[in-house]
Write a protein that binds this ligand. Structure first.
Ligand code: TRP
Ligand code: SF4
Length: 400
């Protein structure tokens, strides 16, 4: 009923590294050509954990956006914006908070986990508890049906779906909903209406998901319904009431196969990253000093690529032939580790070069980035306002 739309967000953690590039950004680059995409800087979410240290947020925001652009996120394809520039998110967050059971928030696994992990911070705040609801508002305000996220965010998407379902259930039931829905069904025409009702029964009585899909497809073909009637027949199909908010699906991004220099997850807090803006000298030094298979103490000791973080880089950056050369040479002590690392250094430098040329353009002309973000914010606000209007009306706040 609503168009396919993708929303994703990142907290402003500053300049991006290769883990972000291979784990998230490459996926954004692909998806921006396939769907309408909104990419958001979640600055309010940063404040939920960094409320005592807000000065870093602004510079982190610009650095992050510059690296998105440098990596190839295209502002002509996707809408790039900053969360706090679209205050509609905050209003939706407030309105949803009225009907969100406290227990749902307390049970989101990241809540307790993060509180236990980030012991140097006092996270017993209202804002931190509300983190997933703010994220739900981010998604629901655009009626985004697809949300590319990593594994760790799946509970937040599940939570968002539950909030949307509860909202539709509570507020999507206009007086006389069933009668109005049946009238709308009649407008499909005899043949289509009959087929729709059959599929609806199959779905509701037998939980047949194929029937649900088929019914949705059928409705996709119908052209003679008003927007309100379309909402009714879609809502009636699932028995939820009018679909005011859209339940999103998580699009799982394969978590980055690129590990950090030490073989752990690449992360700034582990100090094992290669930043997209690291220069040639830094990259070379980082790879040359990177640990290898601990069994290869001397050049003459054979090694095992499976125990070496360098090989995880080869698997991303090198051809099968080079990987073969590494395995052979490592196991037979035929090559040295520095020799082995050189193709990785060359490949990373080649990958970074065009990005660095591009980020330099944005660093030299900051207004370029400001304008992109201002445009994106404007577009996002228009979309957000549409949903918010329906939400206010559904909750009895239209005051016409
Ligand atoms: N919580 C997400 C993270 O930590 C960031 C985020 C905020 C987000 N709002 C979002 C992601 C909406 C997807 C959709 O990575
Ligand atoms: Fe690692 Fe390559 Fe050295 Fe083997 S030769 S230990 S794969 S760096």
């Amino acid at each position: 009923m609503y168009p396919d739309r993708v929303l994703s967000g990142m907290r402003p953690t500053g300049a991006m590294h290769l883990g972000h590039f291979h784990g998230v950004l490459k996926n954004w680059l692909k998806i921006q050509h396939e769907h309408e995409c909104l990419f958001m800087v979640a600055d309010w979410h940063a404040l939920t954990t960094h409320y005592d240290d807000p000065q870093v947020i602004e510079s982190n925001v610009w650095d992050m956006v510059i690296d998105w652009l440098a990596a190839g996120v295209d502002p002509n394809q996707a809408t790039l914006f900053i969360q706090s520039r679209v205050p509609e998110h905050a209003e939706l967050n407030l309105l949803l908070s009225m009907m969100t059971p406290l227990g749902w928030l307390e049970r989101v696994p990241t809540y307790k986990e993060q509180q236990e992990k980030l012991t140097d911070k006092d996270l017993s705040t209202y804002g931190f508890l509300g983190y997933p609801l703010l994220q739900a508002a981010d998604i629901l305000i655009y009626r985004a049906n697809r949300v590319p996220v990593g594994e760790d965010q799946v509970p937040h998407i599940e939570f968002t779906r539950e909030v949307a379902r509860r909202f539709n259930h509570l507020y999507g039931r206009e007086p006389g909903f069933e009668e109005k829905a049946m009238l709308a069904v009649k407008k499909l025409g005899n043949k289509m209406a009959k087929r729709y009702l059959e599929l609806r029964t199959r779905y509701n009585e037998q939980g047949d998901n194929e029937a649900l899909e088929a019914a949705r497809e059928l409705l996709g073909e119908s052209q003679n319904l008003t927007v309100a009637d379309r909402e009714r027949v879609f809502g009636y199909l699932e028995g939820t009431g009018k679909m005011i908010l859209v339940e999103p699906q998580a699009l799982l991004t394969e978590s980055s196969r690129l590990l950090g220099l030490d073989g752990q997850k690449m992360s700034k807090s582990y100090n094992n990253t290669i930043a997209l803006r690291d220069n040639e000298e830094t990259v070379t030094k980082k790879i040359r000093t990177m640990p290898t298979d601990p069994a290869r103490v001397r050049r003459t000791d054979p090694g095992d690529p499976a125990r070496c973080p360098v090989f995880t880089f080869h698997k991303i950056y090198s051809t099968d032939k080079t990987c073969e050369w590494v395995t052979q040479g490592c196991q037979s002590a035929g090559i040295g580790c520095l020799e082995c690392k050189q193709p990785v250094i060359d490949a990373i430098l080649a990958e970074l070069k065009p990005m660095q040329e591009k980020s330099q353009e944005y660093l030299d002309d900051p207004t370029l980035v400001r304008n992109i973000i201002a445009d994106g914010g404007e577009k996002a606000r228009k979309l957000a306002a549409d949903t918010l209007r329906d939400v206010r009306e559904a909750m009895g706040l239209s005051y016409t």
